[in-house]
Ligand binder design. Structure first.
Ligand SMILES: *[C@@H]1O[C@H](CO)[C@@H](O)[C@H](O)[C@H]1NC(C)=O
Ligand SMILES: *[C@@H]1O[C@H](CO)[C@@H](O)[C@H](O)[C@H]1NC(C)=O
Ligand SMILES: *[C@@H]1O[C@H](CO)[C@@H](O)[C@H](O)[C@H]1NC(C)=O
Ligand SMILES: [Zn+2]
Length: 362
């Protein structure tokens, strides 16, 4: 028995339509290409620093990273080489990695750094366990534990990025961070419009959890989140928690429906039609919760749902939207190549459909 989708379809709203792209993908059977419309792709000349962020204290709060100019989705905020990379010994199956065993490696890597990098590393925030707090010698390990990210072609190494590490957490982040193996850099990008002077935020944890669950996970970083999703009144908080749970269930429940096979029976066709509406409801929930980082997989679901009812025009538009977001992140990633292939395939079907129609009329 297939699971029912968690949405009330009757409350489906058409507001999503208002944000459809005004650009229509050209109908072509030539290989698919797309130009990135970002200020970064232009040869702009300007006076002053091209740096689009600054780390500074903000009133009543500690240090944060703030935008020094307005940023559009996809704009690069920061592309940073790790100052330290640690390749840890192999992890035995089922055994949590003993972080203390990287300490000698970490110390050796640290000792080779320039004075500038050393002080950048030591100035990072670390949440200390009681034992660590009583030991003033070993700041390096807690700093590394609190700030390092998985990097490398297999994502099996740990990298430390002192600039990106200054970006604070939000449960409605306006940036994401992606490791680009080709350049060996971690790239921070805007995932929605960011105004000049606005704080840049990222997430330290998966966001499809209730506030309570998020707060519990964040306590290991030693702070209580006060982002806009965490300071809501009771009713709004419950609505937000419910939306996040519905989104999580929707991603899960859609999984078995994401093939390209066109359903044959009347009942299956009806279900596929309902899935189209549920997929757009998923996008709407993400927009309401301001979870921009989950839009690319959601657009993919909408595209595939339209393909299953043979609406090739809509399948193309939504696949193209997903492709654009993936492309901005990483042109070589599997997800990007998949969306390029799907967009191309849907354009061909759309072409064929139009050709069939013209023959019927003629
Ligand atoms: C940008 O400038 C570089 C160096 O001046 C030049 O090689 C390149 O062709 C320019 N790109 C565009 C799109 O004009
Ligand atoms: C950013 O995070 C640090 C470390 O948790 C904290 O001390 C600081 O107050 C935060 N800054 C802002 C602007 O919220
Ligand atoms: C176009 O017509 C052909 C032949 O009738 C059919 O096999 C094909 O599925 C049609 N394609 C589309 C996209 O409707
Ligand atoms: Zn929060």
């Amino acid at each position: 028995m297939s699971k029912t989708l968690p949405f009330t379809l009757l409350s489906f709203s058409w507001t999503v339509l208002a944000s459809w792209p005004t650009c229509i993908v050209p109908i072509t059977s030539t290989p698919y290409s797309y130009e990135v419309p970002s200020w970064l792709s232009l040869n702009y000349s300007c006076t002053g620093s091209p740096q689009v962020w600054e780390a500074r204290p903000s009133r009543g709060k500690g240090i944060g990273v703030f935008a020094t100019r307005p940023l559009d989705p996809g704009d690069i905020i920061l592309a940073e080489l790790p100052v330290i990379i640690i390749e840890p010994p192999l992890i035995r199956d089922g055994v949590a990695y003993p972080l203390t065993s990287v300490e000698p490696l970490l110390q050796a890597a640290f000792d080779t750094l320039s004075e500038e990098h050393k002080s950048a590393v030591l100035s990072l925030h670390a949440h200390l366990t009681p034992e660590e707090a009583s030991d003033t010698e070993t700041r390096l390990l807690p700093i590394f534990r609190s700030n390092a990210y998985l990097v490398g072609s297999l994502m099996s190494e740990f990298g430390l990025f002192p600039k990106g590490a200054r970006i604070n957490h939000s449960c409605r982040p306006n940036s994401n961070q992606v490791w680009i193996d080709k350049t060996g850099k971690r790239v921070v990008r805007a995932i929605r419009r960011i105004e000049e002077g606005e704080e840049i935020s990222a997430t330290y944890l998966p966001l499809l959890q209730s506030r309570k669950e998020r707060q519990r996970a964040l306590s290991q970083y030693g702070f209580k989140c006060t982002c806009s999703a965490c300071v809501l009144g009771k009713a709004e908080q419950e609505a937000s928690d419910k939306r996040r749970n519905d989104i999580r269930l929707a991603f899960h429940d859609f999984e078995p429906h994401l093939s390209l096979s066109v359903p044959q029976s009347v009942a299956d066709k009806r279900k596929a039609q309902m899935n189209v509406e549920a997929s757009m409801q998923l996008v709407k929930l993400l927009e309401e919760e301001e979870l921009s980082d989950y839009l690319a997989p959601a657009y993919r679901i909408v595209a595939l749902s339209f393909a299953r009812i043979e609406r090739w025009d809509q399948a193309t538009i939504w696949a193209h939207k997903s492709y654009n977001l993936r492309l901005a992140e990483n042109e070589d990633a599997e997800g990007t190549l998949e969306m390029a292939a799907l967009t191309s395939q849907f354009i061909s079907s759309w072409n064929e459909e139009l050709y069939n129609k013209s023959k019927q009329q003629g």
